[in-house]
Design a protein around this ligand. Structure first.
Ligand code: PLP
Ligand code: ZN
Length: 398
């Protein structure tokens, strides 16, 4: 049985409904690898996806929608233009359209083990879409708290159609997060934000899969950072593969934030001892519009131990990266996900990335999650005509 280990005081807790240590520290699921029998070649007889790695997960598969096993696309056009070797790990191909499903299949499976009947989360959108779907499938009641008016339409539609109680608050994601934590304590509701260590266990399989699909470790992994759970989870997965003797090197981890919401980037660049929350986070990339990232301590550890970095990009850079990836590679991702591509371009410009480097950009959510932003950024491109003469004019100029 794995234990829950505190990152601060190192105390080990048994498996139980608990999100932080008594000292307030974040928890991490800890395994005794000597007692775990995991052979990747044996595991490869199972279809690729979260549950291929079940020997390294803390729950039985109680609920699943076939999450993980997302494509790792080789991006030949962009690689050539940028003089690197670029892959995109497209998490938008998950059942509800984001990597959150990896965490939810494990987290909701754990909720069932614990006998919980109600699950809850605060969400900028994708967490609620995912929790709503997995709760529906598992027969749990689901409550989600969202920042009113600040969530993308596709995500709101998902939470509603799966029957979650969707509660919009008149505050930011960070306010919703504080509210839901208090509510879950008070009413013994199972909390499925990324502070929940079991959810990150599902998400660490993203790291496993990158190695599993590439057959080696890339030099660098770039991904967007909001609450900072995912970068921590990917790093945990890869360090576990190293501890198991499956890999013998680790990638450089690069976390990308939006300019209007970049507390982790400031922490890293200014070498601050503590994270200073951004009180008024602002960005069109709503999935990373988070001012007080819960998992910042885990994330900064991943960044520093991998000799990585945190960087920020503007909303304009995000929107043009979204177009670039859609038009050069046929991969449509939501704005937050395009931050990884925008970050890549900035790091190339800065001279941080060497030519020929092999890089995996993680695109975290599907483009259709947020149609409004796209329609807005492409509105000048819509062509309206009155007759076929005008049409032929257009066609002959192609
Ligand atoms: C949740 C989410 C993120 C941020 O991930 P964190 O683990 O909170 O850092 C980024 N992009 C998308 C699309 C997301 O849904
Ligand atoms: Zn502790």
């Amino acid at each position: 049985m794995p234990k829950l280990k505190c990152m601060e005081c190192k105390k080990e807790h048994p498996e139980e409904v608990r999100y932080t240590c008594d000292c307030g520290g974040l928890l991490e699921v800890k395994y005794n690898f000597e007692k775990i029998d995991f052979d990747l070649n044996e595991a490869r007889k199972q279809p690729i996806g979260v549950w291929r790695y079940k020997a390294l997960l803390p729950a039985k598969k109680n609920v699943s929608l076939q999450e993980g096993g997302t494509p790792l696309y080789e991006c030949k056009t962009l690689s050539k233009e940028l003089n690197i070797k670029l892959y995109v790990k497209n998490e938008g191909a998950n059942p509800t359209g984001s990597f959150k499903d990896r965490g939810m299949t494990v987290g909701v499976s754990k909720a069932i083990e614990f006998g919980s009947k109600v699950a809850a989360c605060a969400s900028t959108g994708n967490t609620s879409a995912s929790l709503a779907a997995y709760s529906a499938r598992a027969g749990l009641t689901c409550v989600v708290l969202i920042p009113g008016g600040k969530i993308a339409y596709g995500k709101l539609a998902q939470a509603l159609i799966h029957g979650a109680r969707v509660v919009a608050i008149s505050g930011s994601f960070d306010d919703a997060m504080a509210m839901v934590q208090e509510m879950c304590d008070k009413y013994k509701i199972y909390l499925l934000n990324s502070i929940n260590p079991y959810r990150l266990e599902g998400q660490k399989t993203l790291g496993y899969e990158i190695y599993d699909q590439l057959n080696h470790v890339p030099e660098r992994i770039i991904l967007p950072v909001g609450n900072a759970g995912n970068i921590s989870a990917i790093w945990k997965g890869l360090t576990e593969f190293q501890n198991l003797g499956i890999i013998n090197k680790l990638p450089v981890m690069c976390g990308i934030q939006a300019e209007g919401s970049k507390p982790l980037t400031d922490l890293f660049k200014k070498n601050l001892p503590e994270l200073i929350p951004e009180k008024h986070p602002e960005t069109i990339a709503t999935a990373i519009r988070i001012g007080n990232p819960v998992s910042w301590k885990k994330a900064i550890k991943a960044i520093c131990n991998s000799e990585g970095l945190a960087e920020s990009v503007t909303d304009d850079e995000i929107l043009s990266a979204q177009k670039l990836l859609s038009r050069k590679e046929g991969i449509f991702v939501e704005p937050a996900s395009a931050a990884s591509i925008a970050g890549l371009l900035k790091l190339i410009d800065n001279g941080e990335i060497d030519s020929g480097e092999e890089i995996v950009c993680v695109t975290t959510g599907h483009g259709l999650k947020d149609p409004n932003t796209v329609i807005d950024s492409c509105k000048d491109e819509l062509i309206e005509i009155k007759n076929s003469g005008e049409l032929y004019e257009i066609i002959s100029s192609l």
